[in-house]
Design a protein around this ligand. Sequence first.
Ligand SMILES: [Fe+2]
Length: 362
Amino acid sequence: MNIKITTLSENTANYGFLAEWGLSILVDVEGLRILVDTGLSFSAVHNAQLMGIDLATIDRIILSHGHADHTGGLRDVLRLKGEVEVIAHPDIWADKYTRRGQETERKIGVPFLREELESLGARFNLVREPVHITKNVLTTGEIPMATDYEEVDSNLFVREGDELRSDPVADDLALIIDTEFGLVVVLGCAHLFRASEERLEKTIADLKEIGIQRLGVSHCTGFRASARLAQEFEDIFFMNNAGSVSPSTLTHIPFNGFFFLHAHHFYRLPAYLTGVGHLIKFLRISIALIITFIVGLSSYLRFFPDFYLEETYSCFHNIGVTHALCLFDLPYPLVKVFVNPEAKCRAALFIFDSGRSSPFLL
Ligand SMILES: [Fe+2]
C-alpha cells in the first residue's frame, strides 16, 4: 500500500515553511486524499501551496477534535475545496474553553459558525462511532480511556449554562490505516505536554510493549515529552513538523563549506563557556545565566558527536547555567543530553518558541 503523510501545519516548521500552534496533516492513501485537521489559521493552506499541493483535490476532512488550533484553517480550506464530507464527533460543537489557575477563561472551540462552514461546502458527518472510509482506512470514533494512567488535561472546560465543567474531550478521535507493515495511526489530540512523570513513563513503556516501529511527534506532545521520547526511541523517533513528508520524514541539511566554517567556531564552544563562567564568578553576578542558542548554532549542533554534546553540557553545569533557552531548530541531540535522568540541570531546559518572553515562562 502506498501511503504518504504530509504535515501541513505544526508548532514548528522545516526550512521555508510557516509554523503556528496547531496541527494539520494530509494523508494520501489508496487514491484518496484525506486532510486531518486544518491548523489554527492560514499556515496549512500556505504550506500546501509551497509544496505544490492543491487542496481543492482533497476527498475528506477529518477533525480530530473541536479545538481552534485544529479547526481554525477550515474556512480557508473550504474556500479552496467547496463541497466535502467533514467527519468528526458531535462534541466538536461544544462551547470549549481553557483556563489555567486563576486566569480568565479563554474560548478555544471551533472559531466559526456551523452555518457559515456549511454554506462554504462542509457536509458534517458527526458520529461517535468509527467511520470506514475504505476497508483499510477508518476513524477510531470516540476513544475510551482504557488504562489506569490516562487523564484529560485539567485546564480544559466546556461551558454549560453559567458553569464551566471539565471537558472530557470525548470528541478526540484518530485516523487508522491498516497496512501490510502494521497500523499507521494519525493522532490529533494525544497531549503529553502536561503529563506527569508517571504518565509519561507508563506511556513510553506501553509504546515499547506494542513494538512501535516509527514515532513522529508533533504539537501538544510538548518539548519535555518529545525529548524523553527522542532519548528513549532514538532512530525510531522523528520530529514531525510542518513540511515533513513521511515515510522519508527527516529533512537533511547537506554538509557543505558553510558547515565547516561554523564547526570551526562551535568546536570551541566549551572553552568559550568556561571563560564566560569564570568572568561571571569574577564579577560575582548572581543572576541566572541565560544562554540562547541562536538558530545557526542549534541547527548545526545536531551534527556533532555525543562526546561533544556531553562536554558542552558539563560546561553548562560547571558554570552554573540555570536556564538554557533553545530555539527549536532541531536541538534534539543536545536535548537528549539535557534530559538524561542523571543530568543535574535537566529542569533548566525549555524551548524558546515564538510568542514566549523570558525569564517568566517556567
Ligand atoms: Fe491542539
